[in-house]
Design a protein around this ligand. Structure first.
Ligand code: GDG
Length: 464
């Protein structure tokens, strides 16, 4: 890469070294390459500034924050991003809330951000844009005359053609994405849906090299399945739990679920399936517990308030009907817990229960596998609808709408012989290692470096 790397994501990490996950991987990438990370800072909520503002640690790379007004927050973030695009991409058209103000806010923020980035970007810089908040960013940058490389990575599912109909007419994902050099998606199924959209909306055609072509433009569309920082997670999970009392309290058959409290994660059906398992188990002396960690998210959006109420009611009923004086079948924790503790909880749990209705990838599935003791691993029960299921085929794959099937999978997982657990763990772990997040960002950036948006005359002649 000749110029500098500019990463754009909705939130910018403020800690000198951010803990875990995608944010950590991008931090590590920028630490090596140098460059700029652009994102919003919640502290700036009330005081938007016209130019990007330096925040946090600036030693290895620059962190530049953009501000959002209260109106931007309501219309761009809570509105178009999370009440239109998020439900459309997660096949929940019934939860879409339409408002012209949302569209205007989304366009306004993307346009303003493009201007702010344009002020700091040089033509040989590479811009890497993350997620659904910024679909139109490349189009806005191109309008300003930016000709350098711009890549996009979508972390959530790419919507099916039928679901795209729920978007306002002005919001054309095809036109927006066509202004990127490389569109990265999580899975091969996402790529197939994206190609279908390009064909149908722009009459685009697929070329031999996997790029798509329309008019005089090409755009690369490829899957880059995201993963976790495997070595760090394995090392953390291995360390013994500092709190001996907590470790003793958590003895027995623990089934673990860890999800932001989002309607896409399938939590009510998970609780129902666990209840069904308790009812149908033949050995009533066996007392499994579901430990569900579900930190709050987007609490200002009505659909998130509704799912919280539904879950609280279900949790109360499940414990009321099944608890004993000395046994609480469901522990439901509605707050964020420490990442190091999380790794150890995964390791203790006999089953990892991951049952989203739709999910770009699902990193919890990969974290659960990475945290296991290879000599005595637990079992991953995984929704077929999670992106992770495309490659982790040796998990116990379930239909998240089928309570009976999930309950049976729990019985199977809790009774699985050691050899089968080890075989399944090894197959899943091979996939977790193959998609390590460090390798993911390297692969993406190397593909972006080799990509080229405009079709030149020589590539016309080589493809006939
Ligand atoms: C989006 C896509 C895609 C959760 N609770 C706590 C906590 N977490 C951590 C998990 C995991 C992360 O949050 C969640 O990642 P997921 O991948 O499961 O889901 P989304 O947040 O929806 O992420 C998704 C991902 O982007 C990456 O591309 O896989 O499909 O929807 O790392 O461990 N971490 C801590 N305390 C908690 O209480 N410390």
């Amino acid at each position: 890469m000749s110029g500098k790397l500019i990463v754009v994501s909705n939130r910018i990490p403020t800690a000198a070294t951010p803990a875990g996950g995608l944010v950590y991987a991008l931090h590590e990438t920028l630490r090596k390459t140098g460059g700029i990370w652009v994102g919003s800072d919640p502290e700036f909520h009330a005081s938007p500034s016209r130019s990007l503002t330096e925040i946090g640690d600036q030693s290895a790379y620059r962190r530049l924050a953009f501000g959002l007004t209260e109106l931007d927050h309501q219309t761009f973030y809570l509105g178009f991003a999370n009440s239109v695009l998020w439900p459309v991409c997660h096949r929940r058209g019934d939860l879409v809330r339409m408002s012209r103000r949302f569209e205007q806010g989304y366009r306004r923020v993307n346009k303003r951000l493009a201007q702010q980035i344009f002020e700091v970007a040089k033509v040989d810089d590479t811009i890497w844009v993350h997620d659904y908040h910024f679909f139109p960013l490349a189009s806005e940058l191109r309008k300003l005359g930016f000709e350098g490389k711009i890549g996009f990575f979508l972390h959530i599912p790419f919507p099916a053609l039928g679901d795209l109909g729920a978007l306002p007419l002005e919001a054309s994902l095809a036109r927006w994405l066509a202004d990127y050099d490389l569109v990265g998606l999580q899975t091969r199924a996402d790529v197939a849906r994206c190609l279908e959209m390009f064909r149908s909306e722009l009459g685009a055609e697929l070329m031999n090299d996997g790029k798509i072509k329309y008019g005089d433009q090409t755009v690369g569309v490829r899957s880059f399945p995201i993963g976790i920082d495997v070595d760090t997670f394995v090392a953390t999970a291995k360390r013994p739990m500092a709190d001996a009392k907590l470790a003793a309290d958590l003895s027995g058959d623990i089934v673990i679920g860890v999800d932001r409290l989002d309607y896409s994660k399938g939590l009510p059906n998970r609780f129902r399936a666990f209840g069904r398992y308790l009812e149908t188990r033949t050995d009533k002396s066996r007392r499994a517990s579901l430990l569900q960690i579900a930190p709050p998210t987007r609490e200002e959006v009505t659909a998130y308030q509704d799912i919280r109420h539904e879950l609280e009611e279900l949790a109360g009923r499940l414990n009321g009907e099944n608890a004993e004086l000395d046994w609480t079948p469901l522990r439901y924790i509605h707050r964020n817990i420490d990442r190091n503790l999380l790794a150890k909880l995964y390791r203790i749990a006999r089953v990892g229960l991951v049952t989203p209705f739709a999910d770009g990838m699902n990193l919890v599935a990969k974290e659960y596998i990475a945290a296991q003791d290879p000599n005595d691993p637990g079992v991953l029960v995984l929704s077929r609808m999670a992106g992770a299921a495309e490659d982790m085929t040796q998990a116990l794959l379930v239909n998240p709408y089928d309570i009976e099937e999930m309950s049976e999978a729990l019985t199977q997982a809790l009774n699985m012989p050691l050899q089968e657990r080890q075989d399944r763990y090894e197959a899943c772990m091979a996939q977790v290692k193959a998609t390590d997040v460090g390798r993911w960002s390297e692969n993406y950036l190397s593909a972006l470096k080799d990509s080229r948006r405009k079709l030149s005359w020589d590539s016309f002649s080589s493809t006939g």
